[in-house]
Design a protein around this ligand. Structure first.
Ligand code: NAD
Ligand code: TYD
Length: 361
C-alpha cells in the first residue's frame, strides 16, 4: 500500500504523516510538499529516517510534474491536505488560493484518475463501504465552506455550501471537484470537513499560536472586532485520528464533519490562554490579559462556526480524546519547550533545514 500525503510538512499534515508512518509500518508513505512559508520539515525530524517514509518536494499546481510522479509511483491512495490555509492571506492574494486549492486539487484528481491504479488495486463497490480496500482519494477540507452561523444551529453534512472568504470559496470549489470526479468518473473519494484546529506545529499567524508567541514576548494580542466571533476548536492530534478512522472505514463518496463540540468566542479563548500562560511563565494573575488589544475587524468575518459531528460518532465511533483545557495545556507546553522551532519559523530559518537535510545529502 503506497500512500501519497500532500501538505505533510504543514501543521495538520505533519501530524497525519507521523501517525501513518508510525502506526502502519507496512504502508509506504510519501509526503509531497512545496515547502511554502507554512511547510517546515523540522515538523517531522522524529520520523524522517523511517524506512517507510519519503519526502518529495514539489508543487501540486505543476500538472506535468504531478502526472509523472503518479505515473512513476503508482500510488494506491492519496490523502490531500496541501493548501493555502490562512483566511487573511486569501483576502490579500485570492489567486494564489485558486491556484493551489482549486487547480492543485484538480491536478491531483486528474493524475490519480490517469494512473488508473485505483481501478486495478480495488474493484469499486461504490456506496457499499470499502471493507479494507486500498484505493482512495481522501480530500481534507474545512467547515468554513458552510459559511457562517447565527447564534444557534450547527453545520451538518447536509448544510448547503455558502463560503464567504476567498479561502473558503477555494476550498468549497475543490470539494465540488472531488464530488464531481466521484459522480462522473467513479473515482473512489471521501471528503471530511473539520473545524478550527490547534496544537503543536501550528504556524504563528493563526490566532492561538500567534497569541502564545506574543504572550511569551510581551507583545500585544490582536483581537479582531470585539472578539465575539465563535470557533469550534479541535486538538490537531484528534483530527489526525479522525482522518485515520475515515481513511480506513468510510464509504466511498461519503462526507464526514469533524469537530470538537467545543465552541468559544475568540476573546474567551485568549483570556483562557492568558491565564494558562500566567501560571506557566510565573507571572502574577492578570498580567497577560493586559496585552489584549482590539483591532480592526477582518473583512467578511464569519460570526460563528459549529460542527455537528454526530455522523462520525455514530458511523465510525470517533470522538475527541482531550478537552480544550487539556489540549491547550499541552499546546502551550509544546511551544514553551520548542523555542527553537518558534524562533526558526518566525525568522524563516527552517528553509535551511531542507537544504541541509535533503538537498546536500
Ligand atoms: P498549513 O498551511 O499549515 O500547511 C499547508 C501545507 O501545504 C504546507 O506544508 C505547504 O508547504 C503545503 N503546500 C501549500 N501549497 C502547496 C503546493 N502548491 N504544492 C504542494 N504543497 C503545498 O495548513 P494546515 O492548517 O495544516 O491545513 C491542512 C489542510 O487542512 C488544508 O487543506 C486546510 O484547508 C485543511 N483544514 C485546516 C484547518 C485548520 O484549522 N488549520 C481546519 C480544517 C481543515
Ligand atoms: P484563524 O486562526 O485565522 O482561523 P480562521 O480564520 O480559519 O477561523 O482565526 C481564528 C479566529 O480568530 C477568527 O475569528 C479570526 C480571529 N483572529 C483574531 O481575532 N486575531 C488574529 O490576529 C487572528 C489571526 C485571528
Amino acid at each position: 500500500m503506497k500512500i501519497l500525503i500532500t501538505g505533510g510538512a504543514g501543521f495538520i499534515g505533519s501530524h497525519v504523516v507521523r501517525l501513518f508512518v508510525n502506526k502502519y509500518p507496512n504502508y509506504t508513505i510519501h509526503n509531497l510538499d512545496k515547502l511554502t512559508y507554512a511547510g517546515n520539515l523540522a515538523n517531522l525530524t522524529d520520523i524522517e529516517k523511517k524506512p517507510n517514509y519519503k519526502f518529495v518536494k514539489g508543487d501540486i499546481v505543476d500538472a506535468s510534474f504531478i502526472n509523472s510522479l503518479f505515473e512513476k509511483e503508482k500510488y494506491n491512495a492519496v490523502i490531500h491536505l496541501a493548501a493555502e490555509s490562512h483566511v487573511d492571506r486569501s483576502i490579500t492574494n485570492p489567486l494564489e488560493f485558486v491556484m493551489t486549492n482549486v487547480i492543485g486539487t484538480v491536478n491531483l484528481l486528474n493524475a490519480y484518475k490517469k494512473s488508473g491504479v485505483y481501478s486495478q488495486t480495488a474493484p469499486l463497490s461504490l456506496g457499499e463501504g470499502r471493507g479494507g480496500e486500498a484505493a482512495l482519494f481522501y480530500h481534507v477540507s474545512t467547515d468554513e465552506v458552510y459559511g457562517a452561523l447565527g447564534e444557534t444551529g450547527m453545520f451538518t453534512e447536509e448544510t448547503s455550501y455558502d463560503p464567504h472568504s476567498p479561502y473558503s470559496a477555494s476550498k468549497a470549489s475543490s470539494d465540488h471537484f472531488v464530488r464531481a470526479y466521484y459522480d462522473t468518473y467513479k473515482l473512489p473519494v471521501v471528503i471530511s470537513n473539520c473545524s478550527n484546529n490547534y496544537g503543536p506545529n501550528h504556524f504563528p499567524e493563526k490566532l492561538i499560536p500567534l497569541c502564545i508567541h506574543n504572550i511569551k514576548n510581551n507583545k500585544p494580542l490582536p483581537i479582531y472586532g470585539k472578539g465575539e466571533n465563535v470557533r469550534d476548536w479541535l486538538f490537531v492530534k484528534d483530527h489526525a485520528v479522525a482522518i485515520d478512522t475515515i481513511f480506513h472505514q468510510a464509504k466511498l463518496g461519503s462526507t464526514y464533519n469533524i469537530g470538537g463540540h467545543n465552541e468559544w468566542t475568540n476573546i474567551d479563548v485568549i483570556r483562557l490562554l492568558c491565564k494558562v500562560m500566567d501560571k506557566k511563565l510565573n507571572r502574577p494573575d492578570g498580567t497577560n490579559e493586559k496585552l489584549i488589544t482590539f483591532v480592526k475587524d477582518r473583512a467578511g468575518h464569519d460570526l460563528r462556526y459549529a460542527i455537528d459531528a454526530t455522523k462520525l460518532k455514530n458511523d465510525l465511533g470517533w470522538v475527541p480524546s482531550v478537552t480544550f483545557e487539556q489540549g491547550l495545556d499541552q499546546t502551550v507546553d509544546w511551544y514553551l519547550q520548542n523555542s527553537e522551532w518558534l524562533d526558526n519559523v518566525t525568522s524563516g530559518n527552517y528553509a535551511k533545514y531542507y537544504e541541509e537535510q535533503y538537498v546536500k545529502r
